[in-house]
Design a protein around this ligand. Structure first.
Ligand code: ADP
Ligand code: NI
Length: 218
């Protein structure tokens, strides 16, 4: 079995029990997005990009109780089961440690091109029809309401308030509608803009059906 297939299996095992929108289907979509974005960058090492895409949520602090221990165990497996060198693992872990939305709210982390591609691939999966499913799933998992006219979208997300409860509808205004402009690569930005148009249509229909006005933001 080649290294990438073994890494895919590790990712599959680790994500098998997730119900918060980070299951293996999410991982596969991020890998597919990364593969698509890679087409424009033949100079970038595809193995590093795809391995990082497979492993990007493996030891995430929102998904595991002890991220440092899970990261150390993963490093062991990558060295001794998959046969990677420490020098191959380091750039993968650097990107994983710096790419998340939460890590980039208060200060912008600079990533190399491989990292930028994986970050775009992950962010694309928060948008469009898939993104709507994931936002609803996240809200349900965290017992957040779909919508509450008394809770206004926050103007500014910070690392401190990002994980505070809000509504699913507010999440579109607070984060999702702003994501397209944060894409690193032109191809991802184009896809993100299309998906954003669809999300606007979805919420317009929602507010039309419930006879309410969308929140005024700006
Ligand atoms: P990352 O993908 O960088 O790890 P998150 O963990 O914040 O970022 O997001 C994972 C998924 O959960 C995304 O699809 C995101 O839109 C969704 N999500 C995060 N926070 C909320 C929220 N407060 N309400 C609804 N969906 C959310
Ligand atoms: Ni992810």
């Amino acid at each position: 079995m080649d290294a990438l297939t073994q890494i895919a299996q590790l990712a599959k095992q680790q994500s098998a029990h997730d119900h918060s929108g980070h299951d293996f289907q999410h991982i596969r979509r991020v890998v597919a997005n990364a593969q698509q974005l890679l087409a424009a960058y033949p100079q970038v090492d595809a193995f590093t990009v795809l391995a990082t895409a497979y492993l990007h949520d493996y030891y995430d602090e929102k998904l595991v109780a002890d991220p440092a221990a899970v990261k150390a165990a993963l490093s062991e497996k990558l060295q001794h089961t998959v046969g990677l060198k420490v020098a191959q693992i380091q750039p993968i872990f650097f990107v994983i440690d710096h790419m998340s939305f939460a890590k980039n709210i208060d200060n912008h982390q600079s990533l190399d091109l491989a990292g930028k591609i994986v970050q775009d691939a992950d962010r694309l999966d928060a948008l469009g029809a898939v993104g709507i499913f994931r936002a609803i799933r996240y809200g349900a998992t965290h017992n957040n309401p779909d919508y509450d006219p008394a809770i206004l979208p926050r103007q500014e997300l910070t690392a401190a308030n990002y994980r505070q409860p809000s509504t699913v509808v507010n999440h579109f205004y607070e984060k999702l509608f702003k994501l397209a402009e944060t894409m690193n690569t032109p191809a991802a930005q184009q896809i993100a803009r299309q998906r954003t148009v669809f999300m606007h249509q979805f919420l317009a229909e929602y507010f039309h059906e419930i006879g309410a006005q969308p929140p005024v933001t700006g």
